[in-house]
Design a protein around this ligand. Sequence first.
Ligand code: ATR
Length: 273
Amino acid sequence: MSKIFAVIGDPIDHSLSPNIHSAAFRELNLDCSYIAYRIPRGELEEGVEGLKKIKINGFNVTIPHKVEMMKYVDKIDESCSVIGAVNTVSNKDGILKGYNTDMDGFLEPFKKKELPIADTKVLLLGAGGAARAIVAGFAKEKASSITIANRTLDNAIKLAEFSEKIGLNANAIKIEDVKDSAKNYDIIVNATSVGLKNEPSPISLEGINEKTIVYDIVYMPMNTDFIKKAKEENATIIFGYEMLLGQAVRAFEIWHDMEAPYNAMKKALLGGF
Ligand code: ATR
């Protein structure tokens, strides 16, 4: 029987997930479809009931439902209990299981490019939901330490406490106090929303070099000012779309129990820009 998948959220019109997953179905000749379904804030429970009625096989969850979705799944994978949010759901005979692919999606480009994380010094900009999954990723891969720099110091302090709790040495600073210290880090990640509206880079990247890994999780536009500044210093770049692709690949594997067609999915994603 034909299988059906979806992404739920609001806004949802610009989601690239339908393109990426449809390309995978075409590549492997799978009898599946994937739709974008707008569910406004406050209507998640009814929305999920509707999806169960049509016997949805799986769905992705995006803004603003990732945290609230925790209430509506029957089972929770370990990946969501650490992060406290769900972004992928599978449906097996009416039993919904929640996963979070943010961490694996974030780590995937490091694996693909064989860039080691163990024993590195990390500078993380931002302390929101995405930053939390990223901290969990660096803890898992045994980075040596992480400095969390954020506009609101309190949020950075809370995230640093979480980091210490899961075994990664952390300290918190205000983002403007990064000043000229970027060169002291091996990996620098932008997990703020700065760049989405073409804003200037949130920090100076002066003095970094080709060994410094600079990763922006903002994927639209692809070349943010942060990425441009990193290129000027010849740094090793990881683009936001690579994390998005990593997440889609992981979701595909959860739902279909087979290896995802990475190149076909990448082509579809890049075609969306
Ligand atoms: P996400 O789920 O994408 O992580 P979020 O949880 O809303 O989104 O987090 C957004 C992050 O971007 C936060 O770290 C936020 O800083 P605050 O904790 O101070 O709110 C950061 N951010 C958003 N707009 C910013 C701006 N104009 N300058 C600096 N940081 C900004």
